[in-house]
Design a protein around this ligand. Structure first.
Ligand code: BTN
Length: 316
């Protein structure tokens, strides 16, 4: 698309570019170039124009536009196809529809906000507009339904790794996949899948991160901990790169690489925990995670339990 090409040209040049150069390099009329510049400005790009010098891109908006996210992304699979929305009900539903329509492995759905974002157990997930990351990634692993758990683990690990690379902050994972900063929740992962017989057709990995605002009580934002505004574009790019690396491990059956990273980022292992499972409750020490995503808990009685679903409270 000529507008994207023009944006990339200005981005690469980092200096003034004449209307004539734009027109000859991009094979469009000077009038068309001017029109694209106006459109880019209306999307939030700062573009200076000086007579006899031309146009210079001086600032990009912190919007998760595909052109921003793709610039310098360099992934081969995750995020090669980006679907961007200013607002959707839930990126999970949008991704599910795209997956049904054969969207390829690695397709990403991004929204600036959601009107019916959801979390685990159908809880609401609030996504303040232009302040958070909410995205869903479609993956099509060649695996049995029983082998899908490491995908959720790798998503949580990827969030922590991306947060660390972009902000220096040490986010942690509370089992099963809450992302914490300090003791508060900064993000969450929701995975949903479709399969036929015992094989997976696709998995939708939903990721929500409170970047520059924390919507709910008891939650926190990256910006609050970092003491500065955090670039959502930089964070999303790094998240997609991390997912790419960990998904490659998953596809090569290198599950230990995923589990070891999970252990490293875990806030739960080694802790005394209370686990609330629909109607029942157990206490013990969280000792390990296994490839099913199950949490191994040594109960006070000495009995080892493997917990597959529930809410963890870290006791002190
Ligand atoms: C949780 O902690 O309970 C999981 C939260 C997952 C939220 C993300 S935001 C993007 C995607 N769309 C949704 O509706 N939910 C997930």
């Amino acid at each position: 698309m000529a507008q994207d090409d023009l944006l990339e040209y200005l981005r690469k040049k980092q200096t003034f570019v004449s209307g004539e150069e734009l027109s000859s390099q991009l094979h469009i009329s000077r009038q068309a170039a001017w029109k694209h510049i106006q459109q880019l400005r209306s999307l939030g790009y700062d573009i200076d124009s000086v007579p006899h010098l031309g146009y210079q891109l001086t600032a990009c908006p912190d919007r998760l536009y595909p052109a921003e996210v793709s610039a310098g992304l360099h992934t081969r699979l995750i995020g090669r196809r980006l679907h961007y929305f200013d607002q959707v009900a839930s990126t999970m539903d949008t991704a599910m529809r795209l997956a049904q329509d054969n969207a390829p492995d690695g397709t990403v759905v991004i929204a600036e906000t959601q009107t019916s974002g959801r979390g685990r157990f159908g809880r609401p997930w609030i996504s303040p507009k232009y302040k958070c990351i909410c995205c869903s990634v479609i993956v099509r692993p060649d695996t049995a339904i029983t082998g899908v758990a490491p995908i959720t683990l790798m998503a949580a690990v990827s969030v922590c790794a991306a947060v660390h690379r972009v902000t220096g902050l040490e986010a942690q994972i509370k089992w099963p996949n809450d992302i914490l900063l300090g003791l508060k929740k900064v993000g969450g992962i929701l995975t949903e899948m479709k399969g036929s017989s015992d094989r997976v057709s696709y998995v939708i990995i939903g990721i929500g991160v409170n970047v520059n605002d924390a919507p709910a009580e008891g939650a926190v934002s990256l910006a609050r901990h970092a003491g500065r505004r955090v670039s959502r574009v930089a964070l999303l790019q790094e998240l997609l790169r991390q997912l790419e690396q960990y998904y490659a491990k998953f596809r090569k059956h290198e599950l230990d690489g995923i589990l070891d990273s999970w252990r490293q980022y875990s806030a739960t292992l080694g802790q005394r925990v209370r686990i609330d499972m629909h109607g029942s409750r157990i206490y013990g020490i969280a000792v390990d995670i296994d490839a099913d995503g199950g949490l191994l808990v040594r109960q006070d009685s000495g009995l080892m339990d493997k917990v597959m679903a529930g809410d963890v409270v870290h006791c002190r």
